[in-house]
Every structure is written in C-alpha cells, then in structure tokens.
Design a protein around this ligand. Structure first.
Ligand code: FES
Length: 254
C-alpha cells in the first residue's frame, strides 16, 4: 500500500514549524505506524536529509513515549492502543495521513514530533510515591486489601503517562493522568498515611505546570490507550476536597 504523509517539522522549540509532505510507498499493511516512519526516515537519510524526530522506546504499548497525533487523534484511529500499536492496516491505500506532536501549553515542542512531557515527571515527583517505610516484603495476605480496591488500584496503575489525555482535552487538562497517579496509591493501605499530602501536592503541582482545568467532555477517557476512566477524576476531586478541609481543620497534611 502507498500513503501520503503530512508531517509537522520543527527544528526546535525556538523556531516556528510547518507541515511537509512525504510519500510512503510499497508498505506492508501489517507493519506498525512507527515502522512506516522508520522506512520514511531511511529514505530521508539516504537522500542526505534530516530524518523526522519522533519518540519511542518499548514499541509494545508500555512506556508511553510514542505520543503522536495521527489524523487529528491522539495515537490514531484505533481504540485503546498507543501509536506503536497502530498498524498500517488501519489505513487505506492512498490515504493522506497528518502526523503532529501532542499539542499542549504544558508540552512544548522540542523537535518535529517530540514534545517535552517533563511536566508529568514533576507531578510524580510531587506526590506519586510512598515515602513511609514499608519494611521488608511481608508475607502474602498479611496486609488485607479488599479485592475491589486492589483491582481499582491496578486499573489506575495501568496509566503509561503518554499524555493522550492532555492532547485530547480542549483545556489541555492533566486530570486523568493526575487522578490515576493519585488513585493507584490512595486505594491501597500503604498509601493511606500520606494520602492528604499526596493529593494536595499533585493537584497544586499540576496547576503550576500550566495544565488547564477539566473540560468534562470525557475526551481523555476516550483517547486513553489504557482505558483509564473518568471515575478516577471524580475520586481525585473528592479526595482533594476532603484533604483541603482536613488540612484547614487539623493543620498541615500528613
Ligand atoms: S513506544 Fe512505548 S508505548 Fe509506544
């Protein structure tokens, strides 16, 4: 199959960018979208031109680095997959495919399709951890965890931090990401001691990074390759309200 590509090229964050057109020819429909880009880059390199910069690591939907806006949708047309799990068979012969970086004020473009998502790292640094000593590995079942809580915590922990939620939101909100990172710890017994401090720090850091407020459109849930639901946003809002009240009444959060 053959497709035409309209790719966002931008030499650096300090320079303005624009679309450039490329032809990708004789593609195997079963190759991944990133393998297709590899082939385009091979040709560019052989022609002495600058290859298209894009991010990738695991190519298995695990690391969350392959953040591409494909045809106006984060990660492309397929449901619940990352860009690296999108295959050329999802497109038709002769299609024109637009490829852009994830757009958000909090994700400045570094080069071509690569954006700086370190704002997510700063949210994790603020509260995405447990600092109380949990001792050595306890015997299985010595800390009872209700199955519902364990399952929900694992659902939240599936977030790979790709940023599709931010790119899909008209307000550029990071609520889905932040709520998943708070929930996977807050739902477990080990996360209780620092729950209030964690929630307040995550929300305050998220606001400081320039993310917008929740648009309530559920676009984030629909774009998420891991199926994180907006229920976690509702939980974060409740936990934030409680933590704020408790901190006001009792002083500094734990
Ligand atoms: S490259 Fe790791 S999720 Fe796509």
């Amino acid at each position: 199959m053959n497709v035409k590509l309209k790719v966002w090229r931008q030499a650096s964050g300090q320079q303005s960018g624009g679309f450039e057109e490329y032809e990708a020819k004789e593609l195997n429909p079963n190759m991944s979208f990133l393998e297709m880009l590899d082939e385009v880059n091979e040709e560019l390199i052989q022609a002495g031109k600058e290859p298209i910069a894009f991010e990738h690591d695991c190519r298995e939907g695990i690391c969350g680095s392959c953040s591409l806006m494909i045809g106006g949708e984060p990660h492309g047309p397929e449901y619940r997959v990352a860009s690296c799990q999108t295959y050329m068979r999802s497109f038709k012969d002769g299609d024109v495919i637009t490829i852009e970086p994830f757009r958000s004020k909090a994700f400045p473009v570094l080069k071509d399709l690569v954006v700086d998502r370190s704002a997510f790292d700063r949210i994790i640094q603020a509260g995405g951890f447990i600092s109380v000593s949990t001792g050595s590995a306890p015997d299985a079942n010595s800390i009872p965890v209700p199955k519902v809580s364990a399952d929900l915590s694992m659902d939240a922990a599936a977030c790979i931090g790709c940023g599709a939620c931010v790119a899909s939101c008209k307000n550029g909100a990071a609520m889905l990401f932040a709520s998943a990172k708070a929930a996977h710890l807050n739902l477990l017994p080990q996360g209780q001691a620092e729950k209030d401090r964690r929630v307040l720090a995550i929300v305050e850091t998220m606001d400081a990074q320039g993310f917008g407020s929740c648009s309530n459109t559920y676009a984030c849930e629909s774009a998420c390759p891991k199926g994180i639901t907006v229920d976690f946003i509702a939980k974060l809002n409740r936990d934030y309200a409680l933590a704020s009240v408790r901190t006001k009444l009792l002083g500094a959060a734990a």
